[in-house]
Design a protein around this ligand. Structure first.
Ligand code: SF4
Length: 73
């Protein structure tokens, strides 16, 4: 049986996001599963915000950083 080679922190982050109620959390979990690399710089939210796959159906609904939402500007 092949073991899942993905880092534990990634699996825990996806699981924590997916457990939250509502569709928002499921989109966040999917984007996290898609792009998040815990060995790269930035949180899962920053890495998802930096996604450039404009043809992805979730692109316009992906998580944004608070700065890009205009909270800190
Ligand atoms: S929007 Fe980007 S990070 Fe989210 S699922 Fe699509 S390609 Fe992956």
């Amino acid at each position: 049986m092949e073991q899942n080679k993905r880092p534990r922190i990634l699996l825990e982050t996806i699981d924590n996001l997916a457990r939250k109620p509502g569709l928002r959390s499921k989109i966040d979990a999917k984007c996290c599963e898609c792009i998040y690399d815990p060995y790269q710089e930035g949180t899962w939210r920053i890495q998802v915000d930096n996604c450039t796959s404009m043809t992805c159906p979730l692109f316009s609904k992906r998580a944004k950083t608070f700065k890009k939402k205009g909270v800190n500007s």
